[in-house]
Design a protein around this ligand. Sequence first.
Ligand SMILES: NC(=O)C1=CN([C@@H]2O[C@H](COP(=O)(O)OP(=O)(O)OC[C@H]3O[C@@H](n4cnc5c(N)ncnc54)[C@H](OP(=O)(O)O)[C@@H]3O)[C@@H](O)[C@H]2O)C=CC1
Ligand SMILES: O=C(O)C1=N[C@H](C(=O)O)C[C@H](O)C1
Length: 266
Amino acid sequence: MNKVKIVIAGPRGRMGKEAVYLTGRTEQFELVAVLDHKNEGKSLNELEGFSTYDVPIYTDIEACLKTEKPDVLIDLTTPEFGMHHAKTALSYGVRPVVGTTGFTKENLEELEELCEEMNRGCIIAPNFALGAVLMMKFSKMAARYFTDVEIMEMHHDQKLDAPSGTAVKTAELIAEVRESKKQGHPEEKETIQGARGADFDGMRIHSTRLPGLIAHQQVMFGADGESLTIRHDSYNRTSFMSGVKFAVEEVLKVNVLIYGLENIME
Ligand SMILES: NC(=O)C1=CN([C@@H]2O[C@H](COP(=O)(O)OP(=O)(O)OC[C@H]3O[C@@H](n4cnc5c(N)ncnc54)[C@H](OP(=O)(O)O)[C@@H]3O)[C@@H](O)[C@H]2O)C=CC1
Ligand SMILES: O=C(O)C1=N[C@H](C(=O)O)C[C@H](O)C1
């Protein structure tokens, strides 16, 4: 069986590094190159922590795709570059697996159209951790019965986007089944701006950033005399890697945009 040829964008990052290691321990994956905006002309094995990865570093995505002809591009960078990488990959017939968060609705629509045009799949997963996907699914189930919900996401203090991609996806899934409603007292007023969190269709999202945290979210539903809390914790970034592996395998089988692993997990 041919190996799946992979390019990783953002290999020096917290997630990118784990993704490089995933390719190293997965028999059917072959890391053919990495995309970095630094270290032009070097090989990855010249960088600390990658001594066994003798693959070229490219700064120019087009040169990388033309030369290396990968099957899949894994992007773990920033929304701006992630979008550029995903669009360019699709235009070369390469299937993107994107973990980068912070994409807009317009970004998703554009990628959806590009997938159709190029007849290629693309997976965008706001969270690759199996438990986090279940947490989102269970929250959607609960929202049929509980219309009052607050989403509390907690992350390390180096995170750039707020709310997290997972919190946004959770709110979107809940909004599919929850009757639209502004929560809290109709006349409530914030005495300090932001105290009630971000407003998503009347439900609230609260973002906490602290050193020591990795990625955590709890979704709290309330009703008369009871509450239900659904919580997920990632204690390390390896927790995301089985989802990355799954997404790489699945993206080869589809020709459309998949936004969220819940759409392809049985
Ligand atoms: N879907 C999921 O399950 C998960 C998603 N994420 C998301 O993944 C993304 C990355 O997170 P994380 O690894 O923590 O972030 P990091 O900041 O640790 O890593 C991002 C890396 O991308 C590099 N980078 C920036 N621009 C480019 C570019 N143009 N080309 C190549 N590399 C570039 C950065 O380099 P430099 O620092 O030198 O600029 C950095 O090494 C975030 O959007 C985060 O929200 C995170 C965890 C799980
Ligand atoms: O930046 C992170 O760390 C994470 N980002 C993703 C998000 O924004 O939801 C996934 C996970 O929460 C970790």
